[in-house]
Design a protein around this ligand. Structure first.
Ligand code: NAD
Length: 458
C-alpha cells in the first residue's frame, strides 16, 4: 500500500521504517527541512536501537522516502497517518494545533477515498472533529478519518512496533477499518490481535492505558517510601507483588517518578478531559501531583545529604534521559532536579551516555568520572546499564564526598560500602548516616533526614 506518514519524530520515523520493512511504500514527511535532509543522507536524528539499519535498508530498496513536500506525499497516498506532536496545552489538555495544521494540509492535497488515521495521542472525539475540519476544507465528504493510537516505547520502539501486544484501530465506518486492518496484515498474520472499534473508544484506550501504567509507577514509589520507613526491601516486595499475573511485574520498579514525552502530558490530558465531561479521575489527579512532588523531594534529599552549605557543594547527576536506551530528555528527572540544585547554589555536573540537555549553569561531561570529580554526592537518575558497572574504586577516588543516591537501585549497597562510599537506594532500609543518626535518631513517623530536612529549599 502507498502510505504517507506526517511527522518524522520518534513515532513517525519508527512507523515509517517498520511499515516499509513490512513491504509498504512509505513516504515520511516532516515540516523540519533540516531533519528531512539528514534523513535523506541516512543520518537518523534520534537514538533508537535498530532504527538506523531499517531506514538505510528500506531506503536502499526504494520503499522509504523522506520529504518536506506534504502535498505530493498526500496526493500519492492511499492511507495517511498523522504522527505529529500533541504537547501539553495551557490547561493540561492536549494541544492539537499540530494535528489540525497537518489535517488541513492533507485535506487540500489528498485524493478522494483516502483514509486519514490519527496515530498521535489525542483526546476522545478528535477523529470526529478532524472529519469536520477536513470536510470544511475540501467541501466534500469523500474521505475517511480513523484512529490508530501507537503504544511503542522509546528505547525499544522498533521491537515494539514489529511485535506489538495489540493493534488498536478505531473506525466509524467499515471501509476505513478494513483498510487499516489490511495495512497491518503482515503483523496480524503472525498472530498479533487487533482491537477494531469506534474512534472514540480507540482514543480512550490510549489515554486510559497510559494512565494505568503511570499509576503502577506512582503506586510502587509510594510503597517504596513505606519500605524505607519500616525497614522493608522494595525489590522483594515488588517481586512478590508482580508474580501475581493479575498484576504483572512490569512498571513495578521504584524510581525518580515517571517522565518522558507521554506519561506526564497524557495523564494531565486524561484528567483534563475527564473534568470537562464531569467524570473526574481523582486517582489520576492525585498521581500527577505525587509524581511532580517526588522529583522535588529527591532534589531535597540530595540537598539533605550535603555535609556543608549548598553553595560550596558539588553534585554529579548520572543520566539526563528519562530512561535508558533513549536520548529523549523530555520531562526527565534531571530536568527538574538540576535546576533546583543550581538555585540552591550547588555546582551541578552531569553525564549521560546518549542524551544532551542545555541547562543554565549545569556542566555536561563525557564520562561519569569527569562529572564526579570533586562531587559530594552522585545521584544516579537513569537506569543506563553503564551505571550498574561503574568502577566504584575509581569513583571513590574521584569524589570528595561519599554518598551515592541510587534512584534506580542499580548498585549493591554492600559492594559500594567496600569502597568507603555510602549507597542510598530507594525503597530499602537505609545505611545510617554516621554522626547525624547516631546522635540524633529521626523522630518516629517522620521521613528520615534529607527529604524532611530541607523541604523549603525546593
Ligand atoms: P516528536 O515531537 O518526536 O515528533 C513530531 C514530529 O512532527 C516533529 O519532527 C515535527 O517537526 C513534525 N511535525 C509537526 N507538525 C508537522 C506538520 N504540519 N507537517 C509535518 N511534520 C510536522 O513526537 P513523537 O514523540 O514522535 O510523538 C508523536 C505523537 O505520538 C504524540 O502525540 C505522542 O504523544 C504520541 N506517542 C509518542 C510515543 C513516544 O514514545 N514518543 C509513543 C506513543 C505515542
Amino acid at each position: 500500500m502507498h502510505v504517507a506518514i506526517i511527522g518524522a519524530g520518534y513515532v513517525g520515523l519508527t512507523t515509517s521504517a517498520c511499515l516499509a520493512e513490512l513491504g509498504h511504500d512509505v513516504t515520511c514527511v516532516d515540516i523540519d527541512s533540516n531533519r528531512v535532509s539528514l534523513l535523506r543522507d541516512g543520518i537518523v536524528p534520534i537514538h533508537e536501537p535498530g532504527l538506523e539499519e531499517l531506514i538505510q535498508t528500506n531506503g536502499a530498496k526504494g520503499r522509504l522516502h523522506f520529504t518536506s513536500d506534504l502535498e505530493a506525499a498526500a496526493t500519492a497516498a492511499e492511507i495517511v497517518l498523522l504522527a505529529v506532536g500533541t504537547p501539553k496545552g495551557a490547561g493540561g489538555e492536549a494541544d492539537l494545533s499540530q494535528v489540525r495544521a497537518a489535517a488541513r494540509a492533507v485535506a487540500k492535497a489528498m485524493r478522494p477515498d483516502t483514509v486519514i488515521a490519527i496515530k498521535s495521542t489525542v483526546e476522545a472525539g478528535t477523529a470526529r472533529l478532524m472529519r469536520e475540519l477536513i470536510a470544511e476544507v475540501r467541501g466534500a465528504l469523500d474521505f475517511r478519518v480513523a484512529s490508530n493510537p501507537e503504544f511503542l516505547r522509546e528505547g525499544s520502539a522498533v521491537a515494539d512496533f514489529m511485535k506489538p501486544d495489540r493493534i488498536v484501530i478505531g473506525a466509524d465506518d467499515q471501509d476505513a477499518g478494513a483498510r487499516l486492518v489490511e495495512l497491518y496484515r503482515p503483523l496480524t498474520k503472525r498472530g498479533v490481535p487487533v482491537v477494531l472499534t469506534g474512534t472514540v473508544n480507540a482514543e480512550l484506550i490510549k489515554y486510559a492505558a497510559n494512565a494505568f501504567l503511570a499509576l503502577k509507577i506512582g503506586y510502587i514509589n509510594d510503597v517504596a517510601d513505606l519500605c524505607e520507613e519500616i525497614g522493608g526491601d522494595i525489590t522483594a516486595v515488588s517481586r512478590g507483588i508482580g508474580l501475581d499475573p493479575r498484576i504483572g511485574s512490569s512498571f513495578l520498579a521504584p524510581g525518580p517518578g515517571y517522565g518522558d514525552s507521554c506519561f506526564p502530558k497524557d495523564t494531565e490530558a486524561f484528567a483534563s478531559i475527564a473534568r470537562r465531561y464531569a467524570a473526574p479521575q481523582p486517582l489520576i489527579e492525585t498521581l500527577i501531583g505525587r509524581n511532580q512532588e517526588r522529583k522535588r523531594r529527591l532534589a531535597a534529599r540530595i540537598l539533605g545529604e550535603l555535609e556543608g552549605p549548598p553553595s560550596k557543594a558539588r553534585v554529579a547527576l548520572f543520566g539526563l534521559a528519562f530512561k535508558a536506551d533513549t536520548d529523549d530528555t523530555r520531562e526527565s528527572a534531571a530536568l527538574t532536579i538540576a535546576p533546583i540544585l543550581s538555585q540552591n547554589g550547588v555546582a551541578v555536573a552531569t553525564y549521560d551516555p546518549m542524551a544532551r540537555a542545555m541547562m543554565k549553569g549545569v556542566a555536561q561531561h563525557e564520562s561519569p568520572y569527569a562529572a564526579a570529580e570533586g562531587a559530594d554526592v552522585v545521584a544516579i537518575l537513569t537506569e543506563w546499564p553503564e551505571f550498574a558497572g561503574l568502577d566504584l574504586k575509581r569513583l571513590a577516588q574521584t569524589m570528595r564526598g561519599k554518598v551515592i543516591l541510587d534512584c534506580r537501585n542499580l548498585l549493591d549497597p554492600q559492594r559500594v560500602s567496600k569502597h568507603g562510599l555510602r549507597c542510598v537506594s530507594l525503597g530499602r532500609a537505609q545505611t545510617p548516616r554516621k554522626a547525624t543518626y547516631l546522635h540524633a535518631p529521626p523522630k518516629t513517623g517522620k521521613r528520615a533526614g534529607p527529604a524532611a530536612a530541607a523541604p523549603n529549599q525546593v
